[in-house]
Design a protein around this ligand. Structure first.
Ligand SMILES: [Zn+2]
Length: 476
């Protein structure tokens, strides 16, 4: 029996990791592939699962097929390789380029965190260890193999796959798996994260083209449900963004924007540029404090094939964001520290997007106590992260083990999401020519997944279940 086992992103939005076992004898007891190999983030209860081995040993896993370069989908790869995995990791060329910067950075951050906790003995674990190191992350990159969109790749005699566009971030894909059992083909579709359906006014500033591939078919659909109980606002965010920044500048404060280094930072910078060009914003200094975001801009500049029309126009007009006047990209730690000394109004965009680590911690520790400043969240904040705490209106937050009072204005703009919301997911599902016999919802908080299950069952009459962590489901 072929089966899927949900090893992550079931009951939560992180740790995406789905094992498919073909269950046949032809390849020595079944070919075993992981669709995504993400890291758990957020609440401790989930993060601790990063330290558990997979239920079958890493050596027995034959391949990884990766949907996109977000850490909650790829961040556990170095750990899998450390555990003995030696198979190919298939991904699109842009995903491979992005993993080339994201994974070593993740290893570096974990080493830094462990060293910090050991120095100040703030960890209950003695000594604190990194999940993997920068060198281990770098070593895992040798297993990546590029697969173009819509190119069929054979995994084993009975299973092949294709990447189709997910329109979530640069390089992002859905995985169409074809499994042949007793001469019959079965289609398994793993969506990874699904991007917005294109609408320039409600989801402006998209760097890569929007719209997931339509008209898909599946015998088994494994779909994300991050926004299964929510709808993105449908008003254009730009006037509100401009007004928030202007008001902060008027009171002499600075704007701090925690943003994922990949995609979200670039999208936000493009938007600031447009607002300044049209004089809706004063030309105040913009600091992009994330070495990874700089490298990501370079990767974006290389993958012109994925640009949206807006991106194409902006780049042809203004060139690379790295050369825009007034936009400073801090690469070194020294340059980052210099930003702390800037007392005049400025905009600081830094990562990590959920304030789980990175240079944003220093900026928030310094600027959260001052009511003149404004923190603008432009990304999803998973429960249990510092970002979630700050966004929820807490009066203080713990950073580097110290309690930091929150007196700055805290606000969020939800339109920046790169995830389809419920109406958009339904819109996409309606393009399926036939109902999939089985749909499993993953990558959602329990309330979001169960509400989406009910909505799909009611609106489309599909057979939908919410996947449970470690649950095995037969697919044929
Ligand atoms: Zn993602």
């Amino acid at each position: 029996m072929a089966y899927i086992q949900f090893l992550g992103a079931a009951g939560t939005v992180t740790g995406s990791k789905h094992l498919i076992n073909t269950g046949s004898e032809s390849s020595g007891g079944g070919f075993q592939a992981l669709i995504d190999c993400g890291m758990f983030q957020g609440p401790k209860e989930w993060r601790e699962r990063n330290w558990q081995d997979t239920p079958i040993s890493a050596r027995q896993i034959d391949a990884v097929v990766l949907t996109h370069a977000h850490l909650d989908h790829c961040g556990w790869i170095p750990r899998l390789v450390k555990g003995g995995f030696r198979g190919p990791i298939y991904a699109t060329p842009a995903t491979i380029d992005l993993c080339g910067i994201l994974l070593p950075d993740s290893g570096h951050l974990q080493e830094e965190d462990a060293a910090f906790y050991n120095k100040f003995k703030k960890s209950k674990h003695d000594p604190a260890l990194p999940l993997y190191t920068l060198a281990e992350a770098q070593a895992s990159l040798q297993y990546f193999r590029a697969v173009q969109f819509e190119e069929t790749r054979q995994l084993c005699p009975e299973m092949s796959f294709r990447f189709v566009r997910a329109a979530h971030i640069l390089g992002s894909s859905m995985v169409e798996l074809t499994l042949i059992v007793n001469g019959q083909a079965h289609r398994l579709l793993f969506t990874g994260d699904i991007g917005r359906v294109r609408d320039r006014s409600t989801a402006p500033g998209k760097v890569v083209r929007s719209g997931p591939t339509e008209g898909e078919t599946a015998d088994v659909l494994v779909m994300e449900s991050t926004y299964g109980n929510r709808q993105h606002p449908t008003v254009d965010p730009r006037p509100e963004l401009a007004s928030l920044i202007r008001r902060t500048v008027e009171r002499g404060g600075s704007v701090i924007v925690p943003a994922f280094a990949v995609e979200r930072t670039q999208k936000f910078l493009f938007m600031l540029k447009e607002l300044m060009q049209s004089q809706q914003l004063p030309p105040i200094p913009v600091f992009c404090d994330s070495p990874m975001a700089i490298k990501a801009v370079e990767i974006f500049m290389k993958h012109t094939e994925e640009y949206s029309e807006d991106t194409r126009r902006l780049i042809s007009q203004h060139g690379s964001p790295l050369e825009w006047p007034g936009f400073t990209f801090a690469s070194t730690a020294e340059q980052s520290k210099t930003i702390n000394g800037v007392k005049t109004p400025s905009i600081i965009v830094s990562s990590s997007g959920m304030v789980t680590g990175g240079r944003i911690l220093h900026h928030l520790a310094q600027r959260l106590p001052d009511p003149k400043n404004t923190v603008i969240f432009i990304g999803f904040q998973a429960p249990g992260t510092r970002g979630f705490t700050i966004k929820s209106g807490a009066s203080e937050v713990k950073i580097f083990g110290d309690v930091v009072p929150i007196r700055a204005q805290v606000t969020a703009l939800e339109q920046f999401s790169d995830h389809a919301d419920t109406p958009e997911l339904l819109q996409w599902l309606r393009t399926f020519p036939t109902k999939p016999p089985a749909t499993y919802l993953v990558h959602g908080e329990p309330a979001a997944s169960s509400q989406l299950r009910n909505t799909i069952a009611k609106e489309l009459g599909w057979n939908v279940q919410v996947a449970q962590w470690m649950q095995k489901v037969e697919v044929i």
